[in-house]
Write a protein that binds this ligand. Structure first.
Ligand code: HEM
Length: 519
Protein backbone atom coordinates (compact mmCIF):
# COMPACT_ATOMS: atom_id res chain seq x y z
CA UNK A 1 0.00 0.00 0.00
CA UNK A 2 1.20 3.47 -0.87
CA UNK A 3 2.28 5.63 2.07
CA UNK A 4 -0.16 8.36 1.06
CA UNK A 5 -3.14 5.96 1.07
CA UNK A 6 -2.00 4.58 4.41
CA UNK A 7 -1.94 8.08 5.95
CA UNK A 8 -5.39 8.73 4.56
CA UNK A 9 -6.72 5.52 6.08
CA UNK A 10 -5.08 6.32 9.40
CA UNK A 11 -6.59 9.80 9.39
CA UNK A 12 -10.04 8.35 8.61
CA UNK A 13 -9.64 5.79 11.37
CA UNK A 14 -8.65 8.55 13.82
CA UNK A 15 -11.70 10.63 12.86
CA UNK A 16 -13.90 7.56 13.22
CA UNK A 17 -12.49 6.72 16.66
CA UNK A 18 -12.88 10.37 17.73
CA UNK A 19 -16.57 10.42 16.78
CA UNK A 20 -17.27 7.02 18.30
CA UNK A 21 -15.64 8.27 21.49
CA UNK A 22 -17.73 11.46 21.41
CA UNK A 23 -20.96 9.51 20.95
CA UNK A 24 -20.02 7.07 23.74
CA UNK A 25 -19.11 9.99 25.94
CA UNK A 26 -22.42 11.74 25.24
CA UNK A 27 -24.54 8.62 25.64
CA UNK A 28 -22.72 6.89 28.46
CA UNK A 29 -19.62 8.31 30.18
CA UNK A 30 -20.92 11.88 30.68
CA UNK A 31 -24.30 10.85 32.16
CA UNK A 32 -22.59 8.28 34.40
CA UNK A 33 -20.07 10.89 35.58
CA UNK A 34 -22.86 13.34 36.37
CA UNK A 35 -24.79 10.65 38.25
CA UNK A 36 -21.75 9.88 40.40
CA UNK A 37 -21.23 13.60 41.04
CA UNK A 38 -24.82 14.07 42.25
CA UNK A 39 -24.80 10.92 44.38
CA UNK A 40 -21.57 12.09 46.03
CA UNK A 41 -23.55 15.14 47.24
CA UNK A 42 -26.33 12.98 48.66
CA UNK A 43 -28.85 13.62 45.87
CA UNK A 44 -30.85 10.51 44.97
CA UNK A 45 -32.38 9.57 41.65
CA UNK A 46 -32.84 6.92 38.99
CA UNK A 47 -29.76 5.12 37.72
CA UNK A 48 -28.81 6.14 34.20
CA UNK A 49 -29.34 3.38 31.71
CA UNK A 50 -28.61 3.64 28.05
CA UNK A 51 -30.79 6.16 26.22
CA UNK A 52 -34.49 6.69 26.78
CA UNK A 53 -35.67 4.41 29.62
CA UNK A 54 -37.03 7.15 31.93
CA UNK A 55 -38.72 8.99 29.07
CA UNK A 56 -40.41 5.83 27.88
CA UNK A 57 -41.60 5.11 31.41
CA UNK A 58 -42.86 8.69 31.72
CA UNK A 59 -44.92 8.39 28.53
CA UNK A 60 -46.27 4.99 29.61
CA UNK A 61 -47.23 6.16 33.12
CA UNK A 62 -48.88 9.33 31.79
CA UNK A 63 -50.87 7.35 29.24
CA UNK A 64 -52.01 4.92 31.91
CA UNK A 65 -53.00 7.71 34.32
CA UNK A 66 -55.00 9.46 31.61
CA UNK A 67 -56.87 6.31 30.65
CA UNK A 68 -59.37 6.66 33.48
CA UNK A 69 -60.77 9.42 35.71
CA UNK A 70 -59.81 9.69 39.38
CA UNK A 71 -61.87 9.93 42.55
CA UNK A 72 -63.25 13.33 43.46
CA UNK A 73 -60.25 14.56 45.44
CA UNK A 74 -57.67 17.32 45.13
CA UNK A 75 -54.79 14.87 45.44
CA UNK A 76 -54.15 15.26 41.73
CA UNK A 77 -50.34 15.00 41.46
CA UNK A 78 -50.30 11.18 40.94
CA UNK A 79 -52.62 11.60 37.93
CA UNK A 80 -51.25 14.84 36.47
CA UNK A 81 -47.59 14.03 36.82
CA UNK A 82 -47.29 10.32 37.72
CA UNK A 83 -43.65 9.87 36.76
CA UNK A 84 -42.29 12.86 38.69
CA UNK A 85 -44.62 12.10 41.59
CA UNK A 86 -43.03 8.66 41.81
CA UNK A 87 -39.53 10.21 41.62
CA UNK A 88 -40.22 12.69 44.40
CA UNK A 89 -41.91 10.15 46.67
CA UNK A 90 -39.14 7.59 46.06
CA UNK A 91 -36.04 9.81 46.09
CA UNK A 92 -37.03 12.98 47.95
CA UNK A 93 -37.75 16.66 47.27
CA UNK A 94 -34.46 17.14 45.46
CA UNK A 95 -33.93 14.27 43.09
CA UNK A 96 -32.83 13.48 39.57
CA UNK A 97 -33.99 11.60 36.51
CA UNK A 98 -33.00 11.33 32.83
CA UNK A 99 -34.56 12.86 29.72
CA UNK A 100 -32.65 10.65 27.32
CA UNK A 101 -28.98 11.28 28.15
CA UNK A 102 -29.90 14.70 29.58
CA UNK A 103 -29.90 15.08 33.36
CA UNK A 104 -33.00 16.56 34.97
CA UNK A 105 -33.00 17.67 38.60
CA UNK A 106 -36.41 18.11 40.24
CA UNK A 107 -36.55 20.65 43.03
CA UNK A 108 -39.53 20.93 45.36
CA UNK A 109 -37.97 23.02 48.09
CA UNK A 110 -39.05 26.72 48.43
CA UNK A 111 -35.65 28.33 49.18
CA UNK A 112 -34.02 26.64 46.21
CA UNK A 113 -37.05 27.40 44.01
CA UNK A 114 -36.66 31.08 44.87
CA UNK A 115 -32.94 31.03 44.09
CA UNK A 116 -33.63 29.48 40.68
CA UNK A 117 -36.47 31.83 39.74
CA UNK A 118 -34.59 34.93 40.90
CA UNK A 119 -31.39 34.25 38.94
CA UNK A 120 -32.75 34.37 35.43
CA UNK A 121 -29.34 34.92 33.81
CA UNK A 122 -28.00 31.62 35.18
CA UNK A 123 -31.22 29.61 35.14
CA UNK A 124 -32.57 30.14 31.64
CA UNK A 125 -35.73 28.84 30.05
CA UNK A 126 -35.08 25.30 28.91
CA UNK A 127 -34.33 24.93 25.23
CA UNK A 128 -33.62 22.00 22.98
CA UNK A 129 -37.09 20.49 23.34
CA UNK A 130 -39.26 19.86 20.33
CA UNK A 131 -38.35 22.64 17.85
CA UNK A 132 -41.93 22.66 16.55
CA UNK A 133 -42.93 24.32 19.85
CA UNK A 134 -41.40 27.51 18.46
CA UNK A 135 -44.36 27.67 16.07
CA UNK A 136 -46.67 28.04 19.08
CA UNK A 137 -44.63 29.65 21.87
CA UNK A 138 -41.95 32.21 21.17
CA UNK A 139 -41.77 35.92 21.94
CA UNK A 140 -40.85 37.10 25.44
CA UNK A 141 -41.53 33.60 26.83
CA UNK A 142 -38.58 32.29 24.88
CA UNK A 143 -36.25 35.31 25.04
CA UNK A 144 -33.16 35.33 27.29
CA UNK A 145 -30.64 37.79 28.74
CA UNK A 146 -30.57 41.32 27.32
CA UNK A 147 -33.09 40.36 24.65
CA UNK A 148 -35.60 39.42 27.35
CA UNK A 149 -34.89 42.65 29.30
CA UNK A 150 -35.67 44.71 26.21
CA UNK A 151 -38.88 42.80 25.40
CA UNK A 152 -40.11 42.96 28.99
CA UNK A 153 -39.44 46.71 29.19
CA UNK A 154 -41.43 47.35 26.03
CA UNK A 155 -44.32 45.02 26.88
CA UNK A 156 -44.66 45.95 30.59
CA UNK A 157 -46.69 49.14 30.02
CA UNK A 158 -49.40 47.12 28.24
CA UNK A 159 -50.04 45.23 31.50
CA UNK A 160 -50.02 48.11 33.97
CA UNK A 161 -53.03 48.07 36.29
CA UNK A 162 -54.01 51.51 34.97
CA UNK A 163 -54.21 50.17 31.40
CA UNK A 164 -55.95 46.95 32.36
CA UNK A 165 -58.72 48.97 34.00
CA UNK A 166 -59.68 50.20 30.53
CA UNK A 167 -60.05 46.62 29.35
CA UNK A 168 -62.89 45.94 31.79
CA UNK A 169 -65.60 46.64 29.15
CA UNK A 170 -64.04 43.92 26.93
CA UNK A 171 -64.10 41.48 29.87
CA UNK A 172 -67.73 42.40 30.52
CA UNK A 173 -68.98 42.02 26.92
CA UNK A 174 -67.24 38.65 26.49
CA UNK A 175 -68.67 37.35 29.76
CA UNK A 176 -72.14 38.72 28.98
CA UNK A 177 -72.12 36.73 25.73
CA UNK A 178 -71.26 33.52 27.61
CA UNK A 179 -73.98 34.13 30.20
CA UNK A 180 -76.55 34.89 27.47
CA UNK A 181 -75.79 31.50 25.91
CA UNK A 182 -76.32 29.74 29.27
CA UNK A 183 -79.53 31.69 29.81
CA UNK A 184 -80.81 30.62 26.41
CA UNK A 185 -80.25 26.98 27.39
CA UNK A 186 -82.30 27.61 30.53
CA UNK A 187 -85.06 29.47 28.72
CA UNK A 188 -87.95 27.16 29.55
CA UNK A 189 -86.45 25.26 32.50
CA UNK A 190 -85.14 26.09 35.94
CA UNK A 191 -81.94 24.06 35.52
CA UNK A 192 -79.91 22.25 32.91
CA UNK A 193 -76.62 20.41 32.46
CA UNK A 194 -73.79 22.33 30.78
CA UNK A 195 -70.18 21.42 30.14
CA UNK A 196 -68.90 24.87 31.14
CA UNK A 197 -65.30 24.21 30.06
CA UNK A 198 -65.64 25.01 26.30
CA UNK A 199 -67.69 28.12 27.13
CA UNK A 200 -65.02 29.36 29.53
CA UNK A 201 -62.39 28.71 26.87
CA UNK A 202 -64.35 30.74 24.34
CA UNK A 203 -64.83 33.49 26.93
CA UNK A 204 -61.10 33.81 27.65
CA UNK A 205 -60.18 33.68 23.98
CA UNK A 206 -62.76 36.37 23.18
CA UNK A 207 -61.25 38.49 25.94
CA UNK A 208 -57.80 38.20 24.36
CA UNK A 209 -59.18 38.88 20.87
CA UNK A 210 -60.93 42.02 22.11
CA UNK A 211 -58.20 43.30 24.43
CA UNK A 212 -55.32 42.51 22.11
CA UNK A 213 -56.78 43.72 18.86
CA UNK A 214 -59.74 45.94 19.78
CA UNK A 215 -61.61 46.73 16.59
CA UNK A 216 -60.00 43.84 14.69
CA UNK A 217 -61.78 41.38 16.95
CA UNK A 218 -63.15 39.11 14.21
CA UNK A 219 -59.67 38.54 12.74
CA UNK A 220 -58.47 37.97 16.31
CA UNK A 221 -60.99 35.16 16.70
CA UNK A 222 -59.71 33.47 13.57
CA UNK A 223 -56.15 33.73 14.92
CA UNK A 224 -57.26 32.06 18.11
CA UNK A 225 -58.86 29.14 16.28
CA UNK A 226 -55.69 28.57 14.27
CA UNK A 227 -53.44 28.85 17.34
CA UNK A 228 -55.59 26.30 19.17
CA UNK A 229 -55.34 23.88 16.26
CA UNK A 230 -51.57 24.29 16.25
CA UNK A 231 -51.28 23.73 20.01
CA UNK A 232 -53.25 20.47 19.62
CA UNK A 233 -51.03 19.29 16.76
CA UNK A 234 -47.95 20.16 18.81
CA UNK A 235 -49.23 18.10 21.72
CA UNK A 236 -49.56 15.12 19.37
CA UNK A 237 -46.00 15.73 18.14
CA UNK A 238 -44.79 15.65 21.76
CA UNK A 239 -46.19 12.16 22.18
CA UNK A 240 -43.50 10.76 19.93
CA UNK A 241 -40.77 12.55 21.87
CA UNK A 242 -38.94 9.51 23.15
CA UNK A 243 -37.83 8.18 19.79
CA UNK A 244 -34.11 8.58 19.25
CA UNK A 245 -33.35 11.37 16.82
CA UNK A 246 -36.70 13.07 17.47
CA UNK A 247 -35.10 16.51 16.97
CA UNK A 248 -34.87 15.70 13.31
CA UNK A 249 -38.45 14.50 13.02
CA UNK A 250 -39.58 18.02 12.22
CA UNK A 251 -37.78 17.84 8.88
CA UNK A 252 -39.88 14.88 7.86
CA UNK A 253 -42.70 16.34 5.74
CA UNK A 254 -45.55 14.54 7.51
CA UNK A 255 -49.12 15.77 7.12
CA UNK A 256 -48.99 17.15 10.68
CA UNK A 257 -45.77 19.10 10.22
CA UNK A 258 -47.01 20.57 6.94
CA UNK A 259 -50.29 21.63 8.52
CA UNK A 260 -48.48 23.22 11.50
CA UNK A 261 -46.30 25.29 9.21
CA UNK A 262 -49.27 26.23 7.05
CA UNK A 263 -51.22 27.41 10.13
CA UNK A 264 -48.22 29.38 11.33
CA UNK A 265 -47.99 31.17 7.99
CA UNK A 266 -51.71 31.98 8.09
CA UNK A 267 -51.56 33.29 11.68
CA UNK A 268 -48.57 35.47 10.89
CA UNK A 269 -50.25 36.89 7.81
CA UNK A 270 -53.40 37.73 9.80
CA UNK A 271 -51.50 39.43 12.63
CA UNK A 272 -49.23 41.21 10.21
CA UNK A 273 -52.20 42.65 8.32
CA UNK A 274 -53.74 43.91 11.60
CA UNK A 275 -50.41 45.48 12.59
CA UNK A 276 -49.83 47.10 9.21
CA UNK A 277 -53.27 48.72 9.31
CA UNK A 278 -52.59 49.91 12.85
CA UNK A 279 -49.17 51.31 12.02
CA UNK A 280 -50.68 53.19 9.07
CA UNK A 281 -53.28 54.69 11.43
CA UNK A 282 -50.62 55.63 14.00
CA UNK A 283 -48.62 57.34 11.28
CA UNK A 284 -51.73 59.24 10.25
CA UNK A 285 -52.21 60.18 13.93
CA UNK A 286 -55.61 58.49 13.99
CA UNK A 287 -55.56 55.70 16.55
CA UNK A 288 -56.22 55.24 20.25
CA UNK A 289 -53.96 53.10 22.42
CA UNK A 290 -56.51 51.25 24.48
CA UNK A 291 -55.82 47.69 23.38
CA UNK A 292 -52.72 45.56 23.99
CA UNK A 293 -51.49 45.92 20.42
CA UNK A 294 -51.91 49.71 20.47
CA UNK A 295 -50.09 50.03 23.80
CA UNK A 296 -47.36 47.68 22.60
CA UNK A 297 -46.79 49.63 19.38
CA UNK A 298 -46.86 52.93 21.28
CA UNK A 299 -44.38 51.68 23.91
CA UNK A 300 -42.16 50.29 21.14
CA UNK A 301 -42.23 53.65 19.37
CA UNK A 302 -41.31 55.51 22.60
CA UNK A 303 -38.53 53.05 23.40
CA UNK A 304 -36.94 53.51 19.96
CA UNK A 305 -37.32 57.25 20.22
CA UNK A 306 -35.69 57.30 23.66
CA UNK A 307 -32.67 55.53 22.17
CA UNK A 308 -32.87 57.64 19.04
CA UNK A 309 -32.70 54.61 16.82
CA UNK A 310 -35.71 52.91 15.25
CA UNK A 311 -33.96 49.56 15.04
CA UNK A 312 -33.59 49.34 18.85
CA UNK A 313 -37.28 48.62 19.33
CA UNK A 314 -39.14 45.42 18.47
CA UNK A 315 -39.33 44.53 14.79
CA UNK A 316 -42.75 43.86 13.26
CA UNK A 317 -41.81 40.17 13.28
CA UNK A 318 -41.20 40.34 17.05
CA UNK A 319 -44.49 42.17 17.64
CA UNK A 320 -46.21 39.36 15.70
CA UNK A 321 -44.62 36.78 18.03
CA UNK A 322 -45.75 38.68 21.13
CA UNK A 323 -49.34 38.83 19.84
CA UNK A 324 -49.29 35.08 19.17
CA UNK A 325 -48.01 34.55 22.70
CA UNK A 326 -50.84 36.57 24.30
CA UNK A 327 -53.25 33.92 23.03
CA UNK A 328 -51.19 31.05 24.20
CA UNK A 329 -50.20 32.40 27.62
CA UNK A 330 -53.31 34.35 28.48
CA UNK A 331 -56.19 32.24 27.33
CA UNK A 332 -55.93 28.72 28.70
CA UNK A 333 -54.43 29.72 32.04
CA UNK A 334 -57.38 31.94 32.97
CA UNK A 335 -59.93 29.58 31.38
CA UNK A 336 -58.61 26.69 33.49
CA UNK A 337 -58.65 28.74 36.66
CA UNK A 338 -62.32 29.52 36.11
CA UNK A 339 -63.21 25.92 35.24
CA UNK A 340 -61.56 24.55 38.40
CA UNK A 341 -63.16 27.34 40.45
CA UNK A 342 -66.62 26.31 39.25
CA UNK A 343 -65.87 22.63 39.88
CA UNK A 344 -64.64 23.34 43.42
CA UNK A 345 -67.49 25.73 44.26
CA UNK A 346 -69.91 23.03 43.07
CA UNK A 347 -68.50 20.73 45.72
CA UNK A 348 -68.32 23.41 48.42
CA UNK A 349 -71.73 25.02 48.33
CA UNK A 350 -70.98 26.91 51.59
CA UNK A 351 -68.17 28.80 49.82
CA UNK A 352 -70.32 29.32 46.72
CA UNK A 353 -73.04 30.89 48.90
CA UNK A 354 -70.50 33.02 50.77
CA UNK A 355 -68.97 34.24 47.49
CA UNK A 356 -72.40 35.08 46.01
CA UNK A 357 -73.40 36.98 49.16
CA UNK A 358 -70.25 39.07 48.82
CA UNK A 359 -70.88 39.79 45.12
CA UNK A 360 -74.54 40.72 45.71
CA UNK A 361 -73.52 42.89 48.66
CA UNK A 362 -71.00 44.82 46.55
CA UNK A 363 -72.79 45.00 43.17
CA UNK A 364 -76.35 43.77 43.62
CA UNK A 365 -77.31 42.65 40.12
CA UNK A 366 -75.55 45.54 38.39
CA UNK A 367 -72.45 45.57 36.19
CA UNK A 368 -69.20 44.93 38.15
CA UNK A 369 -66.82 47.89 38.18
CA UNK A 370 -63.16 48.17 39.08
CA UNK A 371 -63.65 49.61 42.59
CA UNK A 372 -66.10 46.85 43.48
CA UNK A 373 -63.88 44.11 42.02
CA UNK A 374 -61.03 45.34 44.22
CA UNK A 375 -63.27 44.91 47.28
CA UNK A 376 -64.05 41.22 46.65
CA UNK A 377 -62.06 39.62 49.44
CA UNK A 378 -63.79 36.22 49.58
CA UNK A 379 -63.55 35.88 45.79
CA UNK A 380 -59.80 36.62 45.97
CA UNK A 381 -59.33 34.01 48.73
CA UNK A 382 -61.20 31.45 46.63
CA UNK A 383 -59.17 32.16 43.47
CA UNK A 384 -55.90 31.96 45.43
CA UNK A 385 -56.92 28.59 46.84
CA UNK A 386 -57.96 27.30 43.39
CA UNK A 387 -54.59 28.38 41.96
CA UNK A 388 -52.88 26.58 44.83
CA UNK A 389 -54.69 23.27 44.34
CA UNK A 390 -54.92 23.43 40.52
CA UNK A 391 -52.01 25.61 39.28
CA UNK A 392 -52.61 26.07 35.52
CA UNK A 393 -48.84 25.91 34.91
CA UNK A 394 -47.90 22.85 36.90
CA UNK A 395 -44.15 22.79 36.09
CA UNK A 396 -41.50 25.44 35.41
CA UNK A 397 -38.40 24.33 33.53
CA UNK A 398 -34.97 25.90 33.45
CA UNK A 399 -31.56 24.98 32.01
CA UNK A 400 -28.10 25.77 33.31
CA UNK A 401 -25.28 26.13 30.76
CA UNK A 402 -22.42 25.87 33.23
CA UNK A 403 -21.77 24.26 36.60
CA UNK A 404 -23.95 26.16 39.09
CA UNK A 405 -24.55 26.17 42.84
CA UNK A 406 -28.12 25.91 44.16
CA UNK A 407 -28.58 25.78 47.92
CA UNK A 408 -25.85 23.48 49.22
CA UNK A 409 -25.55 21.59 45.96
CA UNK A 410 -23.51 22.02 42.81
CA UNK A 411 -25.22 21.00 39.59
CA UNK A 412 -23.26 20.11 36.45
CA UNK A 413 -23.46 22.13 33.24
CA UNK A 414 -26.30 21.32 30.86
CA UNK A 415 -28.70 20.19 33.57
CA UNK A 416 -32.44 20.64 33.13
CA UNK A 417 -34.14 21.85 36.28
CA UNK A 418 -37.77 21.33 37.09
CA UNK A 419 -39.55 23.36 39.76
CA UNK A 420 -43.09 22.20 40.27
CA UNK A 421 -45.72 24.64 41.58
CA UNK A 422 -48.04 21.62 41.86
CA UNK A 423 -45.73 19.69 44.23
CA UNK A 424 -44.86 22.78 46.28
CA UNK A 425 -48.54 23.74 46.61
CA UNK A 426 -49.54 20.25 47.77
CA UNK A 427 -46.71 19.72 50.25
CA UNK A 428 -48.00 18.81 53.73
CA UNK A 429 -44.74 20.00 55.33
CA UNK A 430 -45.51 23.48 54.02
CA UNK A 431 -49.32 23.70 54.09
CA UNK A 432 -50.17 21.36 56.96
CA UNK A 433 -52.36 18.28 57.15
CA UNK A 434 -55.15 19.90 55.16
CA UNK A 435 -52.79 20.67 52.23
CA UNK A 436 -55.04 18.79 49.82
CA UNK A 437 -58.30 20.24 51.13
CA UNK A 438 -60.10 23.22 49.60
CA UNK A 439 -59.87 25.81 52.36
CA UNK A 440 -59.83 29.42 51.07
CA UNK A 441 -59.82 30.59 54.69
CA UNK A 442 -56.04 29.99 54.76
CA UNK A 443 -55.66 33.06 52.52
CA UNK A 444 -57.80 35.31 54.76
CA UNK A 445 -54.78 37.37 55.81
CA UNK A 446 -53.22 37.49 52.35
CA UNK A 447 -50.67 35.39 50.49
CA UNK A 448 -47.49 36.58 52.22
CA UNK A 449 -49.01 35.88 55.65
CA UNK A 450 -49.62 32.23 54.80
CA UNK A 451 -46.35 31.65 52.92
CA UNK A 452 -44.27 33.69 55.40
CA UNK A 453 -42.43 35.12 52.43
CA UNK A 454 -41.27 31.71 51.13
CA UNK A 455 -41.53 30.69 47.47
CA UNK A 456 -44.02 27.98 48.39
CA UNK A 457 -46.89 29.56 46.42
CA UNK A 458 -45.90 30.24 42.82
CA UNK A 459 -48.91 29.91 40.47
CA UNK A 460 -47.56 32.84 38.45
CA UNK A 461 -43.91 31.78 38.68
CA UNK A 462 -41.54 34.12 40.50
CA UNK A 463 -38.56 36.43 40.28
CA UNK A 464 -38.08 38.83 37.37
CA UNK A 465 -39.82 36.46 34.95
CA UNK A 466 -43.02 36.32 36.96
CA UNK A 467 -46.16 36.26 34.81
CA UNK A 468 -46.60 39.61 33.10
CA UNK A 469 -50.37 39.03 32.78
CA UNK A 470 -51.01 38.24 36.47
CA UNK A 471 -53.19 41.32 37.16
CA UNK A 472 -54.93 40.94 33.82
CA UNK A 473 -55.79 37.28 34.49
CA UNK A 474 -56.93 37.85 38.07
CA UNK A 475 -59.16 40.78 37.18
CA UNK A 476 -60.67 38.86 34.29
CA UNK A 477 -61.34 35.83 36.52
CA UNK A 478 -62.90 38.02 39.22
CA UNK A 479 -65.18 39.74 36.73
CA UNK A 480 -66.33 36.42 35.24
CA UNK A 481 -66.88 34.73 38.59
CA UNK A 482 -68.81 37.72 39.93
CA UNK A 483 -71.12 37.74 36.89
CA UNK A 484 -71.64 33.96 36.99
CA UNK A 485 -72.53 34.11 40.69
CA UNK A 486 -74.95 36.99 40.09
CA UNK A 487 -76.88 34.89 37.58
CA UNK A 488 -76.58 31.21 38.47
CA UNK A 489 -76.08 28.69 41.21
CA UNK A 490 -74.36 25.46 40.21
CA UNK A 491 -73.59 21.93 41.36
CA UNK A 492 -71.70 18.94 39.94
CA UNK A 493 -73.59 16.87 37.40
CA UNK A 494 -73.63 13.09 37.78
CA UNK A 495 -71.87 12.94 34.38
CA UNK A 496 -68.86 14.91 35.66
CA UNK A 497 -65.64 12.84 35.62
CA UNK A 498 -62.79 14.23 37.68
CA UNK A 499 -59.73 14.06 35.42
CA UNK A 500 -57.22 16.93 35.67
CA UNK A 501 -54.46 16.49 33.07
CA UNK A 502 -51.56 18.52 31.81
CA UNK A 503 -51.87 19.68 28.19
CA UNK A 504 -49.37 22.58 28.47
CA UNK A 505 -51.81 23.80 31.14
CA UNK A 506 -53.85 21.92 33.73
CA UNK A 507 -57.16 21.08 32.09
CA UNK A 508 -60.27 19.00 32.88
CA UNK A 509 -59.70 16.09 30.48
CA UNK A 510 -63.37 15.14 30.14
CA UNK A 511 -64.82 18.63 30.56
CA UNK A 512 -66.60 20.29 33.48
CA UNK A 513 -70.20 19.11 33.47
CA UNK A 514 -72.29 21.08 35.92
CA UNK A 515 -75.98 21.61 36.59
CA UNK A 516 -76.77 25.31 36.29
CA UNK A 517 -79.79 26.82 38.08
CA UNK A 518 -81.11 30.21 37.06
CA UNK A 519 -81.34 32.64 39.98
C1 HEM B 1 -54.52 32.65 35.94
C2 HEM B 1 -53.85 33.10 34.92
C3 HEM B 1 -52.39 32.90 34.63
C4 HEM B 1 -51.47 32.03 35.20
C5 HEM B 1 -51.71 31.03 36.32
C6 HEM B 1 -50.19 32.28 34.56
C7 HEM B 1 -49.01 31.63 34.87
C8 HEM B 1 -47.77 31.98 34.37
C9 HEM B 1 -46.51 31.43 34.82
C10 HEM B 1 -46.35 30.34 35.87
C11 HEM B 1 -45.52 32.04 34.13
C12 HEM B 1 -44.01 31.83 34.31
C13 HEM B 1 -43.48 30.71 33.46
C14 HEM B 1 -42.03 30.42 33.77
O1 HEM B 1 -41.42 31.04 34.64
O2 HEM B 1 -41.49 29.52 33.11
C15 HEM B 1 -46.14 32.98 33.22
C16 HEM B 1 -45.45 33.78 32.33
C17 HEM B 1 -46.06 34.58 31.40
N1 HEM B 1 -47.42 34.84 31.30
FE1 HEM B 1 -48.87 34.14 32.50
N2 HEM B 1 -50.37 33.25 33.60
C18 HEM B 1 -51.68 33.67 33.62
C19 HEM B 1 -52.26 34.64 32.83
C20 HEM B 1 -51.61 35.33 31.83
C21 HEM B 1 -52.23 36.29 30.94
C22 HEM B 1 -53.71 36.71 31.02
C23 HEM B 1 -51.26 36.71 30.06
C24 HEM B 1 -51.35 37.68 28.90
C25 HEM B 1 -52.45 38.14 28.37
C26 HEM B 1 -50.02 36.03 30.42
C27 HEM B 1 -48.82 36.20 29.78
C28 HEM B 1 -47.61 35.68 30.22
C29 HEM B 1 -46.32 35.98 29.59
C30 HEM B 1 -46.10 36.87 28.36
C31 HEM B 1 -45.35 35.30 30.35
C32 HEM B 1 -43.84 35.29 30.10
C33 HEM B 1 -43.20 36.36 30.96
C34 HEM B 1 -41.68 36.43 30.84
O3 HEM B 1 -41.04 35.42 30.52
O4 HEM B 1 -41.14 37.52 31.10
N3 HEM B 1 -50.28 35.19 31.50
N4 HEM B 1 -47.51 32.92 33.39
Amino acid sequence: METKTMYCLLALAAIFVFYVWRVCNYLWFEPKKKEKFLRSQGIKGSSYTFMFRDLKEMVKMTKEAKSKPMSLSNDIAPRVSPFFYKCVTTYGKICFTWMGPKLMVCISEPAMAREILNNYYQFQKSRGGNPLSKLVVKGIFDAEGDQWVKHRKIINPAFHVEKIKHMLPAFYVSCREMIDKWEEMLLDKSSCEVDVWPYLETFTSDVISRTAFGSSYEQGRKIFELQTENAKLLMKAFQSVYFPGYRFNRFVPTKRHKRMKEIDREVRALIRSIINKRVALIEAGETSNDDLLGILLDSNYKYSKELENKSYGLSIEEVVEECKLFYFAGQETTGNTLAWTMVLLSQHIDWQTRAREEVLHVFGKSKPDIDGLNQLKTISMILNEVLRLYPPVSVLRRLIHKETKVGNFTLPANTLIQVSPLFLHHDRDIWGDDAKEFNPERFSKGISHVTKGQASYIPFGGGPRICIGQNFGMLEAKMALAMILQNFSFELSSSYSHAPHDMFTLQPQFGAHLILHKL
